[in-house]
Design a protein around this ligand. Structure first.
Ligand SMILES: Cc1cc2nc3c(=O)[nH]c(=O)nc-3n(C[C@H](O)[C@H](O)[C@H](O)COP(=O)(O)OP(=O)(O)OC[C@H]3O[C@@H](n4cnc5c(N)ncnc54)[C@H](O)[C@@H]3O)c2cc1C
Length: 540
């Protein structure tokens, strides 16, 4: 029997950090209908909601797209894993829970490039609108918003020692890296509440699920957008064993993230004309930059063995200890299971002549071969360092017309002089921290990088051998005011009608910090624009 035709005013593709915000805000008006299509499943896996469960949900095909990059010359031809959330909440359901907004100058630079409504002063109200800060609202923080933001409750003396060591290098202490000034060292803030993760599915979707005008379909992998002339009119998607289609009366909002949004645009005929023609795809709009300008933060995980058993490797080495931690969490929602991906944070300048921090530390009182793998059977900690504003750019391109085939991810890490220099400087800076009086007594041995590496060339080689993504891809559907930008400043896709992209891919450049909060801010802003445009159209 033919399926009944379905249509909605708005179709939102992807229920990730951005998509859940959009679905909530648009469906708050009962007179419009909204469909939210998510390729992954519901967020019923209990590990999603337990902060430390991060280690169970990444690299797990039930919650992660499990992407891998092409072999990257900048990483000595290593191909690395690139997790992306595939579940309600998207990457906000499997991320490290770290709440970081970036620097004022990031957004003022966007504004200076022509996006005048995206200055820090324009976007700050949207960070605040989203937020329910545990300490209450103030000039920089919001209260009463859907997204719970709390202070780090899980600390360890070794984290305090790291903080004091960085402070001894003239970096100010801070208890709010999201306040007036990002520069400083202290503890992270988290998207968590009372020891539970606050993903956008929890914050935005859960309270809206009972609205009769919002239809959430999980297991719905969108395979193509359909156009009537230049106007997007419908989506095709695989749902369980069926191929389905739903029509759109007004707008489609693509929130697939920095990998999948450019992939779906290209598959649907919006992308670099030559690439599409090579695959026999009809070109709806020759948009050369769809999939270009890929930026990501590359982390160099330095690992140090300690003399004394002061790390979580020691605290959780036996089943008995693990059982006790599980009990502690079950009873009090505290302890190691309530732990986010990192604890201490520092925003530093590798050179004092730099105007603002150019590197970030993620400090963890533990070590493992890679996130998601078991803890080392010896005492050690990890100080991961990444460059905040890399200049290397990569790309996402389809490698098949089959929408189920992953696109080519080419990050091009460490392909510019500045990025190579910063990688070298950041390792040197880390070694200085470890020599400071608060840290030096702990250090038994430098495990990573190789302590034999001393010259700049040797340190760069180490970076190429050990560096990894810290999971922040952006900018593959860059917004801008110039002719080749993928979207305009209201996130409408150039060259077609009634289609917006709203997710991390629209950032004109990567922000100086973790990307979840900025993506949620973008979605809050976009929702206001979409509602404003509808009201404007209704008045005409
Ligand atoms: C392992 C990991 C750790 C991270 N840690 C942090 C952190 O601690 N702090 C921080 O700020 N940031 C962190 N990030 C980054 C941050 O979570 C992302 O930048 C942010 O979630 C991106 O939001 P988005 O809306 O662009 O994409 P996503 O949240 O990834 O959402 C995209 C959604 O679209 C769905 N989708 C994609 N294609 C289709 C399709 N064709 N059909 C239907 N649905 C589709 C996906 O399944 C997904 O649910 C981390 C990311 C990862 C992966």
């Amino acid at each position: 029997m033919a399926e009944q035709a379905e249509n909605y005013d708005y179709i939102v593709i992807g229920a990730g950090s951005a998509g859940c915000v959009i679905a909530n805000r648009l469906s708050a008006d009962p007179s419009v209908t909204v469909a939210l299509l998510e390729a992954g499943g519901p967020d019923t896996n209990p590990w999603i909601h337990i902060p430390v469960g991060y280690f169970k949900t990444i690299h797990n095909p039930k919650t992660d797209w499990c992407y891998e990059t092409e072999p990257d010359p900048g990483l000595n031809n290593r191909s690395i894993k690139w997790p992306r959330g595939k579940v309600l909440g998207g990457s906000s359901s499997i991320n490290g829970l770290l709440y970081v907004r970036g620097q004022r100058e990031d957004y003022d630079d966007w504004a200076a490039s022509g996006l005048s409504n995206w200055s820090y002063n324009h976007i700050l109200p949207y960070f605040k609108k989203a937020e329910d800060f545990e300490q209450g609202g103030n000039e920089y923080h919001g209260s009463g918003g859907p997204l719970k933001v709390s202070d780090m409750s899980f600390t360890r003396p070794i984290c305090d020692d790291f903080i004091n060591a960085v402070h001894s290098m003239d970096v100010p202490l801070t208890n709010d890296i999201n306040g007036e000034n990002q520069e400083g060292v202290g503890y992270f803030q988290l998207t968590a509440h009372k020891g539970r993760r606050c993903s956008t599915a929890v914050a935005y979707l859960k309270p809206a699920r009972n609205r009769s005008n919002l239809h959430v379909i999980t297991g719905a992998h969108v395979t193509r957008l359909e156009f009537e002339g230049k106007r997007v009119s419908a989506v095709n998607f695989n749902h369980r064993t069926q191929q389905r289609r739903i029509d759109c009366n007004n707008e489609i909002i693509l929130c697939g993230g920095a990998v999948n949004s450019p992939q779906l645009l290209q598959l649907s005929g919006v992308g670099p004309g030559e690439l599409l023609q090579n695959f026999g795809i009809e070109v709806i709009a020759d948009s050369t930059e769809v999939g270009s300008n890929l930026k990501d933060h590359l982390q160099i995980r330095t690992v140090y063995k300690t003399h004394k058993p002061v790390t979580l490797n020691d605290e959780l080495s036996s089943w008995h200890q693990k059982g006790r931690a599980a009990l502690q969490y079950a009873v009090t929602r505290t302890g190691p299971l309530s732990m986010a991906a990192s604890q201490a944070v520092a925003f530093c300048r590798t050179r004092l002549s730099n105007q603002r921090p150019d590197i970030q530390y993620h400090f963890q009182p533990l070590s493992a071969d890679s996130p998601g793998e078991g803890l080392h059977p010896f005492s050690a900690f990890t100080a991961s360092v990444c460059q905040l504003r890399p200049t290397s750019t990569g790309s996402i391109t389809i490698k098949s017309v089959d929408p189920l085939v992953a696109p080519k991810i080419i990050p091009n890490y460490l392909s510019t002089e500045l990025d190579c220099q910063t990688a070298v400087e950041s390792i040197k800076y880390t070694r200085q921290i470890m020599q400071a009086s608060n840290m030096a007594p702990h250090i038994k041995e430098e495990l990573l990088p190789d302590p034999k590496a001393q010259t700049d060339d040797e340190l760069l080689e180490q970076a190429r051998n050990i560096a990894n993504t810290i999971y922040h891809p952006t900018s593959t559907c860059r917004m801008g005011t110039d002719a080749t930008a993928v979207t305009d400043e209201r996130l409408r896709v150039n060259g077609v009608e009634k289609l917006r992209v709203v997710d991390a891919s629209v950032m004109p450049d990567i922000v100086s910090g973790n990307t979840n909060a900025p993506t949620i801010m973008i979605a809050e802003y976009a929702a206001d624009m979409i509602i404003e445009d509808r009201q404007h159209a209704n008045r005409q």
